[in-house]
Design a protein around this ligand. Structure first.
Ligand SMILES: NC(=O)c1ccc[n+]([C@@H]2O[C@H](COP(=O)([O-])OP(=O)(O)OC[C@H]3O[C@@H](n4cnc5c(N)ncnc54)[C@H](O)[C@@H]3O)[C@@H](O)[C@H]2O)c1
Ligand SMILES: CC(C)C[C@H](N)C(=O)O
Length: 365
C-alpha cells in the first residue's frame, strides 16, 4: 500500500502509529477530516491478519466517521483508532493508559470512544491520562456505553424508512428480520416488540438467540437463512458487506434498516437495491445515535438533550429520501451528498473569513 498516495487521493490529514513495548500497545490513529471540528471516532481492538490490514481498516473507518458526524449535524470531524490484538486476551491497564497518553499528545485533534472490542472500562483507563475520551462511565458524569442509544436511533430511523415504504411509520404487525442480536440489536428488539412488530432473529451466538426468543417471542432461524425471510424489514445488526451479490437475490423485504457499519459490499450494491425499489436507510446515518450521544459529553452530558437529538435521525433519514427523490439518486449517494455539502459549506465560509482577515492585514502594511 502506498500510504501517502492513498491519503492524498482520499483527503486524509494524519496517521499516527503508536507503540509501547511495556504494555504491547500497537495502535493506529487515523484522522480523516477536521473541517467541522476535532475528529471523533471510536477505538476498535481486533486481531488483524497483517499491519497493512489494520492501517487500511483505520483509514476506512476514519473516513466513515467524517461522513457520519457531518450527516448527524455534529461539529466534529472524522477519525478512528485500531488497536492490534485480541480483546479477550491482550488487554491490560498500561496498554490503555499508554494509548491515552498518545491521544493527549494530539492535544484535542482526536477524541475517542468505544467501538468493536473496547468497553466503558477501557475508556475509563484512557481517561486516567487524557480528557479527550468519551463513553466513559457514568460516575465521571459521562454517558457510558453508547449501544442502547444507537438502538434508539436505529428504531427511529427504521420508522422513517417504514413511512417511506409503506406510507405509515407504525411498525405494529410488521415483520422485522434481525441479523445479530448483540448489544445494539437486543435493545432495538425491545423497542420493536413494544410497538407490536413480529421478530425473526439470527445470531452465531446461540445464547443471544435464546435470550431474544424468550424475551420477545422471536422466531429463530439459521445465520444463512435470514436474508430470504418473508419479512417487511431486514435489520442488519452484525457485520459489514452483507448487501452483496449473493444476498441481494434472496431479499424479499421492502426496507433495509439496521445498525451495522458498511452494509453495502460495494457502491453498485446500493444501486441495485435502489433499482429493486428497496428503501435503504443509509448505515452511517441510521446508526449515528451512539456518536451523537457520546458527542453530547463534550458540552457536559445531558441525557434528555442527547436523546432528543438522536430522535432527529428520523428527520435526517426523511431528508435523505427527499434528496434521493429530488436528484433521482440512491439513498446512499444522497447521504454522502448531504455530508459532503455540509463540509464544503463550512469550509467555504471559513475560507471566506480567513480571506477577509488576510486583506485587513495587507491593508495595514
Ligand atoms: N454499539 C454501537 O453503539 C454501534 C454504533 C454504530 C454502529 N454499530 C455497529 O452495529 C453492529 C452491532 O454492534 P454491537 O455493538 O451490537 O455489536 P455486538 O458484538 O454486541 O453484536 C453483534 C452480534 O452479531 C453476531 N454475529 C456476528 N457474526 C454474525 C453472523 N455471521 N450472523 C449472525 N450474527 C452474527 C454476534 O454474535 C453478536 O451477537 C456492528 O456492525 C457495529 O459496528 C454499533
Ligand atoms: C464514537 C462511537 C460511539 C462510534 C461508534 N462505534 C460508531 O461506529 O458510530
Amino acid at each position: 500500500m502506498e500510504i501517502f498516495k492513498y491519503m492524498e487521493t482520499h483527503d486524509y490529514e494524519q496517521l499516527v502509529i503508536c507503540q509501547d513495548k511495556t504494555s504491547g500497545l500497537k495502535a493506529i490513529i487515523a484522522i480523516h477530516d477536521t473541517t467541522l471540528g476535532p475528529a471523533l471516532g471510536g477505538t476498535r481492538m481486533w486481531t488483524y491478519a497483517s499491519e497493512e490490514e489494520a492501517i487500511e481498516d483505520a483509514l476506512r473507518l476514519a473516513k466513515g466517521m467524517t461522513y457520519k458526524n457531518a450527516a448527524a449535524g455534529l461539529n466534529l470531524g472524522g477519525g478512528k483508532t485500531v488497536i492490534i490484538g485480541d480483546p479477550k486476551k491482550d488487554k491490560n491497564e498500561e496498554m490503555f493508559r499508554a494509548f491515552g497518553r498518545y491521544i493527549e499528545g494530539l492535544n484535542g485533534r482526536y477524541i475517542t470512544a468505544e467501538d468493536v472490542g473496547t468497553t466503558e472500562e477501557d475508556m475509563d483507563l484512557i481517561h486516567l491520562e487524557t480528557d479527550y475520551v468519551t463513553g466513559v462511565s457514568a460516575e465521571f458524569g459521562s454517558s457510558g456505553n453508547p449501544s442502547p442509544v444507537t438502538a434508539y436511533g436505529v428504531y427511529k430511523g427504521m420508522k422513517a424508512a417504514a413511512k417511506e415504504a409503506f406510507g405509515d411509520d407504525s411498525l405494529k404487525g410488521k415483520t422485522v428480520a434481525v441479523q445479530g442480536v448483540g448489544n445494539v440489536a437486543y435493545t432495538l428488539c425491545e423497542y420493536l416488540h413494544e410497538e407490536g412488530a413480529k421478530l425473526i432473529v439470527t445470531d452465531i451466538n446461540k445464547d443471544a438467540v435464546r435470550r431474544a426468543v424468550e424475551a420477545f417471542g422471536a422466531i429463530a432461524v439459521e445465520a444463512d437463512e435470514i436474508y430470504s425471510q418473508d419479512a417487511d424489514i431486514f435489520a442488519p445488526c452484525a457485520l459489514g458487506a452483507i448487501i452483496n451479490d449473493e444476498t441481494i437475490p434472496q431479499l424479499k423485504c421492502k426496507v433495509i434498516a439496521g445498525s451495522a457499519n458498511n452494509q453495502l459490499k460495494d457502491p453498485e450494491h446500493g444501486d441495485r437495491i435502489h433499482e429493486m425499489g428497496i428503501v435503504y436507510a443509509p448505515d452511517y446515518v441510521i446508526n449515528s445515535g451512539g456518536v451523537i450521544n457520546v458527542a453530547d459529553e463534550l458540552a457536559g452530558y445531558n441525557r434528555e438533550r442527547a436523546m432528543k437529538r438522536v430522535a432527529g435521525i428520523y428527520d435526517t433519514i426523511e431528508q435523505i429520501f427527499a434528496i434521493s427523490k429530488r436528484d433521482n439518486i440512491p439513498s446512499y449517494v444522497a447521504a454522502d451528498r448531504l455530508a459532503e455539502e455540509r463540509i464544503a459549506r463550512v469550509a467555504k465560509s471559513r475560507g471566506q473569513f480567513l480571506q477577509n482577515e488576510k486583506s485587513v492585514l495587507s491593508r495595514k502594511k
